[in-house]
Design a protein around this ligand. Structure first.
Ligand code: AP5
Length: 218
């Protein structure tokens, strides 16, 4: 499967991506996870982007394209990939189109997660994430808490709130999404690749909707 997962912060892209990876070995590529790992490791890239991410701004298109050009050529992408949080701007979408043509890769579909703002705000303020950069498992204190409070089920690391989960940063991320990322819906509609899914139901229901559409399209 070669999919782009598109949607506002908190719409459930990362959660569903992790479920989709179990279907056929496609890898989840989350630009947010890659960038957070760089921040946690204190690399030069991490130091450069730390304050920007904390405030909910996007990092530059050139930087993201540099990361993705390398990542998409790694061997584990041959089986398929789920792009989670990328592309995020029209220039990124245009650059990705050229890159995929160059690599002779065809996308199956762009899944757009639709969700009301109220639900998004609720999910973002109740989300918890594993602090281990190699794990980054996603929890929710309401819908999917870890078995032991504050401890990751998978790797036993502390489960925390992300740095960009302050009220201010969340509201800035949603504005940024509306201004810079939402126009991608029209872009991919024009490309004939868009699949809209209602992301309000349980993640397994969202997963089933995607599987059915993929089966119809193949
Ligand atoms: P990124 O990490 O990509 O964050 P995001 O897009 O804001 O997405 P989220 O991870 O917040 O939400 P999600 O849709 O994955 O929701 P989740 O599954 O966790 O980006 C972070 C930052 O990195 C950006 O602000 C930017 O600075 C930078 N960046 C990243 N990519 C970039 C790019 N391409 N260009 C430039 N900058 C970039 O779910 C949310 C919560 O809801 C969880 O608690 C979950 O348990 C719960 N939940 C999920 N699904 C359901 C459900 N169906 N029912 C009930 N609860 C649910």
């Amino acid at each position: 499967m070669k999919l782009i997962l598109l949607g506002a912060p908190g719409a459930g892209k990362g959660t569903v991506a992790k479920l989709l990876t179990g279907l056929d070995g496609s890898v989840q590529i989350s630009t947010g996870d890659i960038l957070r790992a760089a921040v946690a490791a204190g690399t030069p890239l991490g130091k450069q982007i730390e304050s920007l991410m904390k405030s909910g701004d996007l990092v530059s298109d050139d930087l993201i394209m540099g990361i993705m050009e390398q990542r998409l050529q790694q061997a584990d992408c041959e089986q398929g990939f789920l792009l989670d949080g990328f592309p995020r701007t029209i220039p990124q979408a245009e650059a990705l189109k050229k890159l995929l043509e160059k690599l002779d890769i065809k996308l199956d579909m762009v899944v757009n997660f639709n969700l009301e703002r109220e639900v998004i705000l609720d999910r973002l303020t109740t989300r918890r994430t594993c602090s281990n950069a190699d794990c980054q498992a996603i929890y929710n204190v309401k819908s999917n808490p870890p078995k032991q409070e504050g401890v990751c089920d998978k790797c036993n690391s502390p489960v925390i709130q992300r740095d960009d989960e302050t009220t201010e940063a969340i509201s800035h991320r949603l504005e940024t999404y509306n201004e810079k990322t939402a126009p991608l819906i029209g872009f991919y509609e024009n490309e004939g690749l868009l699949l809209n899914v209602d992301a309000a139901g349980p993640s397994e229901v969202v997963l089933t909707a995607i599987k059915e559409k993929l089966a119809e399209a193949s």
